[in-house]
Write a protein of this length. Structure first.
Length: 116
């Protein structure tokens, strides 16, 4: 399964994304973020997709859709929205649903990676 990770604001949220990448068994990892998020690095290979998170919600959704189209091979993805704002979350979830692709929310806990 592919992991889709939004990398934006939120204290400790980059660590959550990093942990999910490290401890999960992913076929592919796609990280979405702005210019600041380009500084993110990890031992595991991932594709970074730059987006302007300051857009209006509809424009942000359309941008996510355009940039994710053709990049997801399966019928569902693991999604982490531990990082970011409600507007960013809604735009990303809407873009994924409209691709269409199913969503499983992924989180890293003391017990390991879980689906919510």
């Amino acid at each position: 399964m592919e992991l889709i990770a939004l990398l934006s604001s939120g204290k400790g949220s980059w660590a959550q994304v990093s942990g999910l990448m490290k401890y999960g068994d992913w076929d592919k990892i796609i990280v979405l973020g702005d210019d600041f998020a380009k500084k993110f690095s990890h031992d595991k290979k991932f594709e970074f997709i730059k987006v302007n998170l300051n857009q209006r919600i509809k424009d942000l959704r359309d941008d996510f859709s355009k940039k994710l189209k053709g990049k997801i091979k399966g019928t569902e993805v693991a999604l982490t929205i531990a990082s970011g704002t409600g507007k960013e979350h809604m735009a990303l979830i809407s873009a994924l649903i409209n691709l269409p692709v199913g969503i499983r929310f992924a989180a890293l806990t003391k017990e390991g990676v879980i689906d919510l």
